[in-house]
Design a protein around this ligand. Structure first.
Ligand code: GCU
Length: 339
């Protein structure tokens, strides 16, 4: 615990030094008379990750479409901290933008828990329909305004599967006694419990070493975690439980948002929409090449009968719907998009 607090402090102090060293909040004026702004965006993936590539596309579009008045600088690789840290920086207005997993947002705005419900999306098509067309998603994006941030849009982060050192997880019984890393999300914790394992919540940046040192027996994530993030060096069995599609979400500080002109707000909203759309292909291509890369690393992929996992997850859906009327409405809206 002490080590964690100390680490957290170190991250925050160094992030602040980095952020203040970068200045920001430029005051130049563009040819159309718009005051230009410099914004900082942080995320935890490396520059070779498909989501980073699409965030670069986002910054390019924002610059071009705003006549150079919106300049976004990206801080990748967790330079400004783990997902919890950067959400806090965004809340306080120290950082303008962050790309984080919807699961990480759940501790800050509970309605995000819907995205982590296992098997809430029945297929990739259903997932895309919900993320692109559901009114509930747009409503959830704005709910946290008074908590210091809102969401601007989403990026596909694929399907999550369970992986372990070398044990194929054929059924929930095989997870008994296994410590499985999950995101810091109550829903993901409840999910692994329901699926028969022992959930161990921790930040993404700690997973590789924890697998290597045997602190955990496994984790669950999309294929890029095994290859781009190299977990496949220490975990060789990838079981296609296909339990979640958790979107990556781009959040903006309410303080930053309130300072932008209407046209700058529109530009950012469009840039996310366009880059989120082009990201679908970037992601699909990455999945293909990363599956090959995983095989080369010696990772074995196991197809299983998902039915027992789907059954085990059902009580989580029932509990979610019972929480309150808006959650029931969100859930029904999500299901209605499964056309
Ligand atoms: C995905 C997601 C990250 C997140 C990670 C995790 O890779 O894109 O934003 O940090 O999962 O499991 O923590």
């Amino acid at each position: 615990m002490f080590k964690k607090i100390k680490l957290g402090l170190l991250v925050s102090v160094s992030s602040l030094v980095l952020l203040s060293a970068c200045g920001g909040g430029g005051t130049a004026t563009t040819s159309s008379g718009e005051k230009s702004v410099s914004l900082r965006l942080a995320h935890n993936q490396g520059t070779d990750h498909p989501v980073h590539k699409s965030l670069e596309e986002f910054t390019k579009l924002a610059k071009e479409e705003s006549d150079n008045s919106v300049n976004v600088q990206v801080f990748p690789s967790g330079q400004l901290g783990q997902e919890r840290d950067v959400i806090e920086l965004v809340q306080s207005g120290t950082l303008d933008l962050a790309k984080v997993s919807a699961s990480a947002l759940e501790s800050f705005e509970d309605s995000y828990s819907i995205f982590s419900l296992p098997y809430v999306f029945k297929s990739q098509e259903h997932y895309y329909n919900v993320m692109d067309n559901s009114k509930s998603v747009q409503e959830i994006y704005k709910l946290s305004k008074d908590k210091g941030f809102i969401a601007l849009g989403w990026y596909d982060a694929g399907q999550r599967n369970v992986y372990t050192g070398d044990k194929e997880v054929k059924s929930p019984k095989d997870l008994a006694g296994m410590k499985i890393r999950v995101q810091e999300s109550q829903t993901s914790i409840a999910m692994i419990k329901a699926m028969g394992g022992s959930p161990t919540p921790m930040a993404f940046g700690e997973v590789y070493t924890s697998l290597q040192q045997g602190i955990i027996d496994g984790a669950e994530n999309n294929i890029t975690a095994l290859t781009v993030n190299k977990h496949g060096e220490v975990a060789k069995a990838y079981t296609l439980t296909e339990h979640q599609y958790v979107p990556d979400i781009l959040i903006v500080s309410t303080k930053t948002w309130d300072k932008l002109s209407d046209s700058q707000k529109d530009t950012l909203a469009n840039a996310v929409k366009e880059s989120s759309e082009s990201h679908k292909k970037v992601w699909a291509d990455a999945v293909k090449s990363e599956e090959e890369a995983a095989e080369k690393l010696g990772v074995k992929m196991y197809e299983i009968d998902k039915e027992p996992f789907i059954k085990a997850a059902e009580p989580l859906h029932e509990e979610f719907v019972k929480k309150n009327e808006s959650y029931k409405k969100y859930f029904e809206d999500f299901q209605a998009q499964n056309k």
